[in-house]
Unconditional design. Structure first.
Length: 96
């Protein structure tokens, strides 16, 4: 199994609104992308200077399935908006 984790730090402009919108958009992807087996989207409540605003945890059967997800039109649509409203992202992919 492949685990894909992303952390997002949002731009300050309309931050709360954009966090909720991205969460909603991401949560529609499992019904649109067969290769996406599990997705959890979490919004930070900690607020510390080390914390990111949101995290994404998703799983895939294979590396190829992750690649299909990454290039799927539904994902690319969400990614396009993410690039507009997110300041920084960090990602890790690993095999479990």
């Amino acid at each position: 199994m492949i685990v894909h984790i992303v952390m997002f730090q949002f731009k300050e402009h309309d931050k709360k609104q954009n966090i909720l919108k991205i969460k909603e958009m991401l949560e529609t992807l499992p019904s649109k992308i067969e290769e996406l087996k599990l997705m959890e989207v979490g919004i930070d409540f900690n607020g510390s200077e080390r914390a990111y605003d949101m995290s994404l945890y998703s799983t895939f059967e294979t590396r190829n399935a992750l690649s299909v997800y990454a290039n799927h039109p539904a994902h690319l649509e969400v990614l396009s908006f993410i690039k507009e409203v997110v300041e920084t992202t960090k990602v890790v992919d690993y095999e479990k």
